[in-house]
Design a protein around this ligand. Structure first.
Ligand code: CA
Length: 244
């Protein structure tokens, strides 16, 4: 009887056009109990990474459709923080720097030994698990930054990509005032945005996050910007009789 090994929940996207190498990596990673999905084209790989949540992306540089640099840059521009390990035949310092500039987490020149790849994969998964705060909780608001999922009072709130980015930016700085400029820089980055864009998005976010709730978490700080926090009277410690 064939022994079936249970797969771990770790899901890896492998974008590699050389079928032989892709098969070798996939089999090896499956042997380490990971689930692996393969794309042989950069454009398809990018679409898969946009549509699915992976724990890690292994990304070849020279790809048909769209090269690995561009896939990596595009994902980072979308604020996708999935760990990315780049594979390339080019072992020059310049290419390595370019890969890291594009937002890759690590870089492995070809040809490589599979055990070396596996060691890098393990290190990246471990590092990601340690560094990523996956759940932000403020009052009854919960933000799962891994799944980009938001609930309030246990009910899921559907947000657009931008609305989510805006909420996460505010929540990650709970209690701090973020100016409109700081928000614009964080959420819209270098893109052109109208001067009232932030206000408009705050309005939409309030409708979805605060409108049906007594406690309003998104607050305007006049002349300055916005903050997300539990309103003051609710965080004030009750005065203890024993200390008075
Ligand atoms: Ca290639």
């Amino acid at each position: 009887m064939k022994r079936r090994r249970k797969k771990t929940a770790v899901k890896i996207l492998l974008v590699e056009d050389e079928v032989g190498i892709a098969t070798m990596i996939r089999r090896g990673l499956e042997g380490a109990n990971h689930t692996v999905e393969v794309a042989h084209d950069g454009q398809i790989g990018l679409q898969m990474a946009e549509e699915e949540t992976y724990h890690l992306v292994i990304l070849d540089v020279m790809l048909p459709g769209r090269d690995g640099w561009s896939v990596c840059e595009t994902l980072r521009a979308q604020r996708n923080r999935v760990p990315i390990l780049m594979l390339t035949a080019r072992d020059s310092v310049r290419d390595k720097v370019r890969g890291l500039d594009a937002g890759a987490d690590d870089y492995l020149p070809k040809p490589f030994d599979f055990q070396e790849l596996l060691a890098r994969v393990r290190a990246l998964l471990r590092r990601d698990k340690i560094h990523r705060t996956s759940l932000i909780k403020i009052a009854d608001l919960q933000i799962d930054t891994l799944q980009r999922r938001v609930t309030r009072g246990g009910n899921e709130i559907k947000l657009s990509h931008r609305e989510y980015d805006l909420l996460e930016a505010l929540a990650a700085h709970e209690g701090q005032v973020l100016t409109r400029e700081a928000i614009q820089e964080r959420v819209w980055m270098n893109e052109e945005a109208y001067s009232n864009t932030v206000n408009v998005y705050i309005g939409m976010l309030r409708k979805k996050v605060d409108a049906d709730h007594k406690i309003k978490l998104i607050q305007t700080v006049h002349g300055t910007g916005y903050t997300l926090r539990v309103p003051d009277p609710l965080v004030t410690e009750p005065i203890s009789e024993a200390t008075s």
